[in-house]
Design a protein around this ligand. Structure first.
Ligand code: SAM
Length: 318
């Protein structure tokens, strides 16, 4: 798909470039905030799986930059820590950590940056490389969410919020129950900028309140129990992971201005309707170490290897 064609078919991709966002995902976080007011009172925030950085840009523009320009707040600027496997170009007010969220030590790094204090908000837009096999993608995604939840249990303050990308599938109720163990309010939200054709949605978890006597090292034991019917009564799961008449009903909410842009529609390009010439903008910040670069290098090296082998066999034929 050419750049102009993508601009036409994906209004949020075009708008992201016009407004200076590194990725269209920025609109998802903004639309979640429109509905849930997630930034209210937030001073410390962790952005898990942050590259290329559009959510970190939202955090910087909504929390850091206004505080920096206000004389009253300059001494207590919000702290934003962003983590990803990939390196990211710098963003004003964002501390970047290149690391793996499935590694338990990552939580320690975050706490060190907060001087031992806990976060008010943790967001996670993490996604593994999608295979197109829904069950498989949902499973891998849920593993990533559980890794994020492990970090949450170490770094989030009681009463704090956690926003995580999920893939809707057959285990959505299980995930909902697992999250409900730790948060009094859990809603699955679908921002308007997330395509209807995509199984993606976002868990908006409010009021972190882990079970009494909870110890972080017991997290997986607790989550496993909720997955087995026998564990439910022991745990007094706040929602009940059951089928049939006790089936769990998950609060599901579409968010973002209902009259706003529809991510599944094509929109005419500016100028083109008046017969003018449309110039597509370049991406705001191309990835600085994209995985495809390594792939291209490997392919080049492999091709080179084949050429070398061809040369050798020609020489030996002579
Ligand atoms: N929120 C980002 C933004 O707005 O620019 C986009 C995030 S992108 C959809 C998903 C990211 O998850 C990728 O950058 C990938 O490197 C990261 N990721 C996947 N698994 C990870 C892991 N185990 N630890 C850290 N980052 C991970």
């Amino acid at each position: 798909m050419g750049k102009a064609s993508k601009d036409k078919r994906d209004i949020y991709y075009r708008k992201a470039k016009e407004e200076g966002w590194r990725a269209r995902s920025a609109f998802k976080l903004l639309q979640i905030d429109e509905e849930f007011n997630i930034f209210e009172g937030v001073k410390r925030v962790v952005d898990l799986c942050a590259a290329p950085g559009s959510w970190s840009q939202v955090l910087s523009r909504r929390l850091y930059l206004p505080a920096k320009s206000s004389p009253d707040c300059r001494d207590s600027l919000p702290l934003i820590v962003a983590i990803d496997l990939q390196p990211m170009a710098p963003i004003d007010g964002v501390i970047q950590v290149q690391g793996d969220i499935t590694n338990a030590r990552t939580a320690e790094v975050v706490i060190r940056h907060f001087d031992g204090c806990k976060a008010d908000l943790v967001v996670c837009d993490g996604a593994p490389d999608v295979t197109g096999l829904h069950d498989m993608d949902e499973f891998v995604q849920s593993q990533l969410i559980l890794a994020a939840l492990t970090i949450v249990t170490h770094v989030l303050r009681v009463g704090g919020k956690f926003i995580a990308k999920i893939f809707r599938g057959k285990d959505t109720s299980l995930l909902y129950c697992q999250l409900k163990l730790f948060f009094s309010h859990v809603t699955f939200a679908k921002p308007k900028s997330s395509r209807n054709s995509s199984i993606e949605a976002f868990a908006v978890c409010e009021n972190y309140s882990p079970p009494e006597g909870f110890s972080e090292k017991d997290l997986y034991h607790l989550l496993e129990k909720i997955g087995s019917p026998s564990g439910v009564e022991d745990l007094d799961c706040r929602s009940g992971w059951l089928e049939g008449p006790n089936k769990v009903y998950i609060p599901f909410l579409a968010c973002g201005d209902l009259n706003g842009y529809d991510s599944d529609r094509s929109y005419p390009l500016p100028n083109s309707s008046e017969g003018g010439c449309y110039k597509s903008l370049d991406p705001v910040q191309p990835p600085i170490a994209p995985a495809y670069k390594t792939a291209l290098e490997l392919k080049k090296a492999a091709n080179h290897g084949i050429l070398e082998i061809d040369k050798l066999s020609l020489n030996s034929d002579e």
